[in-house]
Design a protein around this ligand. Structure first.
Ligand SMILES: [Zn+2]
Length: 363
C-alpha cells in the first residue's frame, strides 16, 4: 500500500520521526517523501527486510526518541505489505508454503538484482521496488489501485478498463501462478504481484476516488501533530504503522485477536467483494471522519485526523490487514495446493446476445 502509484502528486511531505507517543516533523528527505507519496520505492527497499529486524525497530525508535534523538523514518507501508504476506504464509497449507519457498529460491531469474524477491517479505514489496527500474516495468504502475468514484454506485467498469486495476490483476496473477506450464520467472513475478496487490486492495484508499483526488493523495491533511501530509499517505504509512505496532503487535498479534471461525468467514467472498468492501470503508472510515460531505469538492484547507479519530481507525486498519493476509492465503492455496475448488475471479461481464431482426415474409 504505497501512495500515488502512477499518479502525479506533490512532494511536500515531511520526513517523520517517532517521538514519545506521537510523531513530529524533522528535516525532510525529498526522495523518501516522494516515495511515500508517489509510491516510488527508496533505498529502504534494498535494505534487509528481515522480520526480526522490525521486531526491535519500534522499541528502538521509541528509545531513541526518548533520548531526544531523531532517526530515519521507518519504511512505513512496506511494513503493511510484509505483515499481510507474513499472515498469509502462516495460514497457507504446507504444500503451498513449500511451492512458494521453491519459487522464491529462483528470484535471480527475475534479473532484478537491486530488487530481490528471495523472501516473502521482499516479494511483497518487489512491485514497488521495480519502479526504480524505469520503463522495463512501467506497464505495472497502474495496477496498484482502482479509482472507483465514492459518490456513484459501485462500478469497476471504467476503473478496470482493459484489466488495468488492482482487482483484475489479482485475478490474473493468481491464474498465472497456478499455471505450472509457465516458466518459473513468470510464476514468481505473478507471486510477487499477487502478494503485493492483495495488500493494496485492502488499503481503502487504493480502491476509491473522490473528486479526482487520486485516492486521497490530493487531500491535504494533518495527523495528530504531523502537518503537511495527505490522507493517502496517512493511511498508507502513518496509520498503518501505528495499527501494526499497537499491542498485540505484528502479524501474530493481529491474528491472535481473530478466532479460527472468524478467519474462515473473513477469507470468504470474491475479489470484487473485497474491492467493494474497501470502497465502503473508504467512505465511512477514511473520508467520513474528516470530510463533512464527501460528495462535495475536495477541501482546500487540510483535513484534521485527531487522536480520537486515529484511535477509532486503528482497529479498522488492523482488521483490513488481517483480511488481506487471510484472503491472500486462500488465493495462494487455490493457485498452488488445489485445496480449494473455487477460484475467485471478478464476475465476468454478461454475455450480449445479438438481437436478430425478424425477417419480413416476402410478399
Ligand atoms: Zn502498491
Amino acid at each position: 500500500m504505497c501512495s500515488g502509484e502512477g499518479r502525479s502528486v506533490g512532494l511536500s511531505a515531511p520526513r517523520l520521526t517517532v517521538q514519545g507517543s506521537g510523531l513530529r516533523r524533522s528535516t525532510g528527505s525529498l526522495i523518501e517523501a516522494c516515495s511515500r507519496l508517489a509510491r516510488i520505492p527508496t533505498a529502504s527497499f534494498r535494505k534487509p527486510q528481515l522480520p526480526q529486524l522490525r521486531r526491535w525497530l519500534a522499541p528502538l525508535l521509541a528509545l531513541l526518541a526518548l533520548l531526544g534523538l531523531t532517526t530515519p523514518a521507518a519504511a512505513w507501508w512496506e511494513y503493511g505489505h510484509q505483515t499481510v504476506a507474513e499472515i498469509a504464509m502462516s495460514q497457507v497449507q504446507p504444500l503451498t508454503r513449500a511451492d512458494i519457498l521453491a519459487l522464491l529460491k529462483q528470484d535471480k531469474k527475475l534479473e532484478t538484482p537491486t530488487c530481490p524477491a528471495h523472501t516473502i517479505e521482499q516479494a511483497s514489496v518487489w512491485p514497488d521496488c521495480i519502479k526504480t527500474l524505469g520503463d522495463r516495468f512501467s506497464y505495472v504502475f497502474a495496477w496498484h489501485f482502482q479509482d472507483v468514484e465514492t459518490c456513484k454506485p459501485f462500478d469497476t467498469k471504467s476503473a478496470c478498463a482493459n484489466g488495468a486495476c488492482v482487482s483484475a490483476q489479482i485475478a490474473r496473477a493468481q491464474r498465472m501462478l497456478a499455471d505450472r506450464k509457465l516458466p518459473a520467472r513468470d510464476r514468481l513475478t505473478a507471486l510477487a504481484l499477487l502478494v503485493h496487490f492483495v495488500g493494496d486492495l485492502h488499503q481503502p484508499l487504493h480502491a476509491v476516488e473522490h473528486d479526482n483526488d487520486q485516492g486521497g493523495n490530493k487531500v491535504k491533511a494533518s495527523y495528530g501533530a504531523v502537518t503537511g501530509t495527505n490522507l493517502h499517505s496517512i493511511w498508507d504509512g502513518l496509520l498503518a504503522d501505528r495499527a501494526i505496532s499497537t499491542a498485540p503487535p505484528g502479524p501474530k498479534g493481529i491474528l491472535s485477536e481473530i478466532s479460527s471461525e472468524q478467519r474462515k468467514a473473513l477469507a470468504a467472498g470474491t475479489i470484487e467483494d473485497w474491492g467493494r468492501e474497501s470502497w465502503e470503508i473508504a467512505k465511512t472510515d477514511v473520508y467520513g471522519p474528516v470530510e463533512k460531505d464527501i460528495c462535495a469538492p475536495t477541501p482546500k484547507t487540510p483535513v484534521v485526523m485527531d487522536e480520537a479519530t486515529i484511535e477509532k481507525e486503528v482497529p479498522v486498519l488492523r482488521l483490513q490487514i488481517a483480511k488481506g493476509g487471510l484472503r491472500l492465503a486462500r488465493l495462494l492455496d487455490e493457485a498452488l495446493d488445489g485445496d480449494h475448488p473455487e477460484v475467485a475471479h471478478p464476475p465476468k461481464p454478461p454475455k450480449v446476445i445479438p438481437v436478430v431482426a425478424p425477417t419480413t415474409p416476402a410478399s
